[in-house]
Design a binder for this molecule. Structure first.
Ligand SMILES: [Zn+2]
Ligand SMILES: [Zn+2]
Ligand SMILES: [Zn+2]
Length: 300
């Protein structure tokens, strides 16, 4: 029997949300939830691509680890996420870039589970699930036809029903920490909380720290400033990190409205600092005569 990508995707998604529907899910449930969430999303994207043409969901690249795999088993290497995204854009005109931060987070967690390096809590995983849920709902309503498919409709309805519990869980948790976070923000060097790279909530205040770690008010995860700067710069919507003009640490990020240093907690207005026009890697004071950093100006 030909496998039905949509059904398969919805079975995975239902299992992912169902496994979190316990007060304290055990580690096996947490891992399978992430595992099946990513598999479900992937299958959904593949389904859309295969609706254009079935051959699109197979990789054109040779599987270098298993060069004979196609000959021996007839099994094609699956597309990696980057190729999947590119093909969705090329063949279906779909641009899913704005969901990169959350899709990449779940994909990376999935990879960590495969390599036994994953640690996560119900709060963190449910928060990610709630963050990606609008994408899933939007994708299914716009690109999948469930109208003559009662089995798939039933799977999706069950998933939505359990999701109501998860959405409420996250709403309640946000309300619960609201006062604490507001109080912390009064002492913060930066008026807004930073996005936590683990739970993806805006819940890390830039507090003066004798301790070099930052704490998320939502999921309690603590991260060393170096790691936080790297993760915010590469995975979330911040630019950086750059070397600080005040303390020289590699901890400066550009947020939507300011420059902040996660090491010395200094902040600067947007206009005060710019990125060197020549190397694009170092910061310069904007009022200097040239838009180039000292290293770039130095004769070779
Ligand atoms: Zn967090
Ligand atoms: Zn600094
Ligand atoms: Zn430069």
């Amino acid at each position: 029997m030909e496998s039905n990508l949509l059904e398969n995707s919805l079975i995975h998604l239902l299992d992912a949300v169902d496994r979190l529907d316990e007060t304290i899910p055990d580690i096996i449930s947490l891992k399978y939830s992430v595992f099946h969430l990513w598999s479900g999303i992937r299958l959904l994207l593949e389904k859309r691509l295969s609706d254009e043409h079935r051959s699109h969901i197979h990789s054109n690249k040779k599987d270098t680890h298993h060069p004979k795999i196609n000959v021996d088993t007839g099994w094609d290497a699956p597309l990696d996420f980057k190729d999947l995204k590119e093909k969705l854009y090329a063949f279906c005109g779909m641009d899913i870039d704005k969901y990169d931060y959350i899709l990449n987070k779940i994909r990376k967690d999935y990879d960590k589970i495969e390599h036994s390096k994953f640690r996560g809590s119900k709060v963190q995983i449910t928060s990610n699930l709630v963050e990606v849920w609008p994408f899933i709902v939007d994708f299914i309503s716009k690109h999948m036809n469930l109208s003559n498919d009662s089995y798939s409709t039933n799977l999706f309805d069950q998933t939505c029903e359990i999701m109501d519990t998860h959405l409420k869980f996250i709403r309640d948790k946000k309300n619960e920490i609201n006062d604490v976070l507001l109080n912390q923000l009064k002492k913060s060097f930066y008026a807004k909380p930073l996005k936590c790279p683990v739970c993806l909530q805006d819940a890390i205040p830039l507090l003066p720290n004798s301790d070099p770690k930052y704490s998320c008010a939502f999921c309690n995860n603590t991260t060393h400033w170096k790691q936080l700067a790297l993760e915010c710069g590469s995975d979330l919507n911040y630019v950086g990190p750059f070397d600080c003009l005040n303390c020289s640490s590699h901890g400066v990020l550009q947020t939507k409205d300011q420059w902040i240093c996660l090491s010395c907690c200094h902040t600067w207005e947007f206009e005060q600092i710019s990125i060197c026009n020549m190397c694009g890697e170092r910061l310069v004071w904007s009022q200097k005569n040239t838009p180039y950093c000292e290293d770039c100006k130095r004769p070779v």
